[in-house]
Design a protein around this ligand. Structure first.
Ligand code: ADP
Ligand code: MG
Length: 319
């Protein structure tokens, strides 16, 4: 089956020498949600912009439904836009404040002559109270506005929605409802999703598969359940242990990671995590480590995996 989105060896350098994306490859199947997780500054949003071609990559290829869109002009991309949608973190910034919710919903439907009746159906599909249709964005809550953004994204039966931190500006109680809505819409329509978040728990909840990003490079990828259960890369292990809730036993399990995150302007030649990794070998600094298989569908870019010495030992009790 053709992937809805295939990213191949993507590289992106910003002016000033920032290497935001470093040789990233992945594919998303129809009906699948790939979670892209990483700390702030790891290149998640840049990958989202490249995937939707709101930005052109320095190197690499982007295939949407098998079509190479890497170098297409804005004009050539326009007819594809309906099938390739984005939802951003900030629904206030994404919606025209001078348009009523009804008009905001009608706008994407116009592509095939949509009207208010269809806008109402759309509102119902995202469980937006019909009373909001006559209101303006500033009169709605953040959760309702995000439902408007999602409604606009699904209006023209997209094949892929890229969601960049779609619930990060929302209260926890509102977040669950939005995640449930996304899951429902995916079940109904088979739309594929690239779900970008720095929040591990959110990513675990919505993703079929997860890719872990560190300094613009994917260090590990696998089925969500396997990756969260037995993370392979020392960086993923660290990330997951740091995320555990405060607990007397956590201190014992925390891994001692030292040093600073390298600058994205001057990245090391080998594994980007080597300088901080308690398990680093001299060979880790020689060149980018290749992906090693861990379990079905799960792989990580760590030399230690070959002989299964990749498990971080719990730090000793600091007391
Ligand atoms: P994330 O979404 O994971 O927080 P970003 O993709 O926003 O990460 O940023 C990745 C890196 O690229 C960061 O080092 C960031 O400072 C840099 N960056 C992002 N946008 C620009 C830009 N327009 N110009 C220069 N550097 C940028
Ligand atoms: Mg971001």
């Amino acid at each position: 089956m053709t992937a809805v989105l295939a990213i191949q060896n993507l590289v992106h350098r910003f002016p000033g020498g920032v290497q935001a994306v470093n040789d990233v490859s992945f594919a998303i199947a129809p009906g699948e949600t790939l979670g892209l997780v990483g700390e702030s500054g790891s290149g998640k949003s840049t990958i989202g912009l490249l995937a939707t071609r709101l930005l052109a990559p320095t190197q690499g290829r982007i295939l949407f439904e098998g079509q190479d869109i890497t170098r297409l002009s804005a004009a050539t991309l326009r007819p594809l836009r309906a099938r390739l949608q984005v939802v951003f973190q900030d629904p206030w910034g994404a919606l025209n404040p001078r348009m009523t919710i009804g008009r905001l919903l009608e706008e994407p439907l116009r592509l095939h002559g949509g009207n208010l009746a269809e806008a109402r159906l759309l509102a119902e599909r995202v469980r937006l109270p019909l009373a909001t249709l006559g209101r303006y964005p500033h009169e709605l809550s953040g959760g309702q506005l995000q439902r408007v953004s999602i409604a606009r994204a699904i209006a023209n039966r997209p094949k892929l929605i890229v969601l960049d931190e779609p619930t990060s500006s929302l209260d926890l109680s509102v977040r669950a409802g939005i995640l449930q809505l996304l899951e429902e819409l995916q079940r109904e329509t088979g739309v594929a999703m690239l779900f970008i978040s720095h929040d591990l728990e959110t990513v675990r909840l919505v993703s079929h598969r997860v890719a872990v990003l560190y300094l613009g490079r994917i260090v590990e990828t696998g089925p969500a359940a396997a990756l969260f259960e037995t993370p392979g890369h020392p960086y993923t292990q660290t990330l997951l242990s740091a995320h555990l809730p405060p607990d007397p036993f956590v201190a014992l399990r925390r891994h001692r990671v030292q040093g600073e995150i390298p600058s994205p302007i001057n990245l090391p030649p080998g594994c980007f995590f080597a300088g901080r990794c308690p398990l680093a070998l001299p060979a880790c600094n020689a060149g980018p480590p290749a992906m090693q298989p861990l379990a079905p569908g799960q792989e990580a870019a760590c030399l230690r995996i070959a002989d299964r010495t990749n498990r971080l030992e719990p730090a000793e009790d600091p007391a």
